[in-house]
Design a protein around this ligand. Structure first.
Ligand SMILES: Nc1ncnc2c1ncn2[C@@H]1O[C@H](COP(=O)(O)OP(=O)(O)OP(=O)(O)O)[C@@H](O)[C@H]1O
Length: 609
């Protein structure tokens, strides 16, 4: 859904009713929705027939050759008339069962299809939103929309819409039978309906905000639990289990109370409706009976109307339940549509050059987050194609922000970032990110095998290529030592691996991509000195012919870089080779002295680690 057809539909007005918005947005379902309504209607028509047939049968018994059936079908014999009614009855039941089956099939398949498509659309949409959007929103909140809210709509489409339609049809069809029989009884039987409708609308208005609160409470629990599961080691290390349990208890209690509020309102509905029904049913029974005794109403018709009053009014007790489902679904649809209406700020460009040399340039770049102050100020730097450059500086200096600009996770507030002289904003995602191998500070591994995780860098890579990348990233040794080697399953987020092992897998993944640009954000911070030295050697090899930008705290990691950029407070304060920088007093030389434990200026050739 969505990607093709919904995008060609005119954009629905956000203030329109959620169902109208769905109808406008997803025109591909319209034919199936209409078919489902037609089948439901046929089923309902068949459904009211048996009562009419009972009335006709009583009429046959009472009036014989003057009966309605005799007149209509031209059958004189009473036994034959009853036989004819029995045959019609059998046909009606078979038809009803058939329509019932087809209607249920259509509604349910539609519900499943919508659920499937909407979930995919919502997830696809979320993936397209800016990193800033993701960082500002609890994962669980988004999860609640993609899972729970989409399910809620499915439940409504599965049974709710059909039930609502059946109720409405019921009123119309039974109303027609009444109207054709006796106006007095019609008025009596229908008298409670306005009470029921006004009551329903009143309840609906009261329920709506309550369900919005319920949905928000669900999202809160989901957000909290998913964040806590991700941070379990921190919770345990601070023995904060009790505190966290308490926070979840509070969130769950808020959900329970919100639900209790909604239930209190919805549960009062049915008893109210029952009282209204009592009046209508009693009046039909009483006055209809008197009219039959007076000979003003045929006996057959009297029995039909008594049954029909039941049929008319009792189903209306379900209005509360259906409205319940309806309100929950509408609250969910609003949230889904609000998510789908989120627009990414960072949009891809149109260009995707066939080949890229990898020259990077920042021209007077200033950048920041949301409404906050600039965290990079007028940064200008050039990384010629094929060179290895490092960005160092104290924590909070803006190093990661600079890397984010290179990947276009965010755009500069002013200035330009260019690849091969082209502003990154002109490039497609594939044209930019497709050229980059990125190893982030917080390595993300997927549920799957080691080989799968490395091959993520280039789907379709053969095992030989995967192994070669692993060797280059100094990962082959520990992978081969694992019980199943490359087929070893790494748990969610790679929790079964050490930090250093995860980093090396991520490096192998980036190398396998064979990118023009390699971006490493603290890519070797978690490995020991020996492994780091080994990775350095392999990096020297893999960075041949590709531009590499690396951020590192450990200066020993970057000392062989072609150029080192020193950032402080969001500005470039120094730049040069390691030897140049250590040979003159400045922040780099100071940092180097601190890290090697030597005097400034005397340790240009110091070996570290
Ligand atoms: N997602 C964000 N939203 C708002 N501010 C942010 C965000 N990420 C970073 N910052 C702020 O931007 C500034 C620069 O942060 P950045 O992560 O770029 O520094 P860094 O040099 O990489 O630090 P570190 O060495 O600790 O990783 C900091 O003041 C930080 O608080």
């Amino acid at each position: 859904m969505g990607s093709t057809e919904s995008s060609s539909a005119p954009p629905p007005h956000p203030e329109h009713h959620p169902l109208t918005q769905l109808w406008v947005r997803y025109r591909q379902y319209r034919a199936r929705v209409v078919l489902a309504f037609v089948l439901s209607t046929c089923r309902k028509v068949m459904d009211v027939m048996p009562e009419l047939l009972i009335g006709a049968a009583i009429d046959v018994v009472v009036r014989g050759s003057d009966s309605f059936v005799a007149t209509l079908l031209g059958i004189a014999d009473r036994r034959d008339q009853i036989l004819a009614l029995a045959v019609i009855n059998a046909v009606v039941w078979v038809l009803e069962s058939t329509f019932d089956y087809l209607a249920a099939l259509t509604w349910r398949n539609l519900a499943q299809q919508v659920e499937h498509d909407l979930r995919l659309e919502a997830y696809g949409h979320v993936q397209g939103l800016d990193m800033a959007w993701h960082e500002s929103r609890a994962t669980g909140t988004t999860l609640a929309v993609v899972n729970d809210d989409v399910n809620q709509l499915e439940r409504f489409l599965d049974t709710g819409v059909d039930k609502l339609w059946q109720l409405a049809l019921n009123v119309v069809l039974v109303g027609a039978v009444f109207a054709l029989s006796s106006w007095t009884l019609t008025l009596l039987a229908f008298a409670p309906i306005p009470v029921i409708i006004v009551g329903s609308l009143w309840f609906q208005r009261r329920l709506e905000p309550r369900y919005a609160v319920v949905r928000a409470a669900v999202a809160r629990i989901s957000g909290l639990v998913s964040a806590n599961l991700g941070g379990m080691s921190t919770i345990k290390s601070f023995t904060a289990e009790e505190r966290e349990l308490e926070r979840v208890r509070e969130a769950s209690e808020a959900y329970r109370l919100a639900n209790a509020e909604a239930i209190r309102a919805s549960a009062a509905f049915v008893p109210l409706i029952r009282m209204a029904i009592l009046v209508g049913f009693t009046m039909t029974l009483l006055l209809g009976g008197w009219m039959a005794l007076d000979g003003r109403l045929e006996l057959g018709l009297y029995s039909v109307l008594v049954f029909m009053t039941q049929r008319l009014l009792w189903p209306l007790t379900q209005v509360g339940e259906v409205l319940d489902l309806y309100q929950r679904a509408m609250a969910s649809v609003r949230r889904i549509l609000a998510l789908l209406d989120e627009r990414p700020v960072t949009l891809p460009g149109q260009r995707s050059p066939a080949s890229v040399s990898g020259r990077l340039e920042l021209r007077d770049v200033s950048a920041g987050y949301a409404d906050g102050p600039d965290v990079l100020h007028d940064v200008s730097m050039v990384v010629p194609a094929g060179e290895v450059h490092a960005v160092v500086g104290p924590t909070g200096a803006g190093k990661s922000t600079l890397l984010r600009l290179l990947l276009r996770f965010t755009d500069p507030r002013s200035g330009q970032v260019c690849l091969d002289g082209l502003d990154l904003r002109e490039l497609t995602w594939e044209g930019l990110r497709g050229r980059i191998g990125y190893v982030s500070q917080d390595v993300f591994l997927f549920e799957g095998t080691v080989a799968d995780n490395i091959a993520y860098g280039r789907p379709g890579a053969c095992l030989e290529e995967v192994v070669r990348a692993a060797v280059q990233a100094e990962a082959a040794g520990f992978i081969e030592a694992m019980p199943h080697g490359y087929d070893t399953h790494v748990g969610e987020r790679g929790v079964t691996l050490s930090g250093g092992q995860r980093q090396r897998l991520a490096l192998a993944r980036a190398i396998l991509r064979d990118p023009a640009v390699l971006i490493l954000d603290e890519a070797t911070s978690a490995v020991d000195n020996e492994t780091e030295a080994a990775i350095q050697r392999s990096l020297a090899e893999v960075s041949q012919g590709r531009t590499t930008v690396m951020v590192a705290h450990r200066l020993s990691t970057v000392r062989h870089a072609d150029r080192i950029w020193v950032l402080a407070d969001g500005r470039v304060v120094e730049a040069g080779t390691h030897d140049e920088l250590v040979s003159r007093p400045g922040p780099y030389a100071e940092l180097w002295a601190v890290q090697t434990g030597t005097q400034i200026g005397t340790m240009a050739d110091a070996e570290v680690g």
